[in-house]
Design a protein around this ligand. Structure first.
Ligand code: CA
Length: 232
């Protein structure tokens, strides 16, 4: 499948221009018009690269970048930032926050496509984290397949996403709200029981005695850093 590029840009003309050129170059393209939407899209659609305008309404590009870099799932996402002409400070701050490349407006769409291709070439060999192993738990994020103790798990899309998200940082506790936001997206805020339901189903599929997903009272859930391989 062609690689997916997410474009977060509030100016419609630029968004459309970038989308048009990336699609012509053979990429799939997702777009968002502000920072919140952009974060949601980054978590839900798992893009291969991101084009990020820094001047955005609401949460600006630097804030978006900072959050993406703090999350294991998007920590290594190749990012090209778009800065306004003469905004040298933005460029510096962008790099400080983890931008991989930048273009100053107005830019040539062809140049942008070239930069994206270069970043993806560089990023690919590092994508070894496609397989996550925690004790007997094995998750292949590219094949979207999970197994426990060598036995394949039959998971729904969302169960898989939740398990993979937790497995990126075993031992770290995530609140239900955070899980909703990162795994389901912003729209689901407030329905934290959704998380409980999915955790319950995951536990059944994993074998409840294995204690792979632990409840941390008053805080949320975490993946056990050393899940038991057999619980009898
Ligand atoms: Ca803008």
């Amino acid at each position: 499948m062609p690689e997916l590029v997410l474009v977060i840009e509030d100016e419609k003309e630029i968004r459309d221009l970038v989308k048009y050129n990336l699609e012509r170059a053979g990429f799939r393209v997702a777009t968002a018009a502000d920072g919140e939407q952009g974060l949601e899209a980054a978590y839900s659609s798992r893009p291969d690269a991101l084009v990020l305008d820094l001047m955005l309404p609401g949460r600006n590009g630097l804030e978006v970048l900072r959050e993406l870099r703090s999350e294991p799932a998007t920590h290594d996402l190749p990012v090209v930032v778009l800065t306004a002409r003469g905004a040298e400070m933005d460029k510096l701050l962008g790099f400080e926050q983890g931008a991989d490349d930048y273009l100053t407006k107005p830019f040539s769409p062809r140049e942008l496509v070239a930069r994206i291709k270069a970043l993806l070439r560089r990023a690919r060999p590092d994508r070894a984290e496609a397989v996550i192993e925690v004790g007997p738990l094995r998750i292949d994020t590219l094949a979207r397949a999970a197994s426990f103790g060598g036995e394949a798990l039959k998971l729904t899309l969302r169960e898989f996403d939740l398990l993979a998200f937790l497995a990126h940082q075993p031992g770290r506790v995530f609140s239900r709200e955070e899980l909703l936001r990162k795994v389901w997206g912003y729209d689901y805020l407030g329905e934290t029981r959704t998380v409980d339901v999915h955790v319950r189903r995951l536990r059944v599929k994993l074998g409840e005695t294995h204690r792979v997903i632990e409840t941390v009272t008053g805080a949320g859930y975490k993946l056990a850093s050393q899940p038991a391989s057999s619980g009898g």
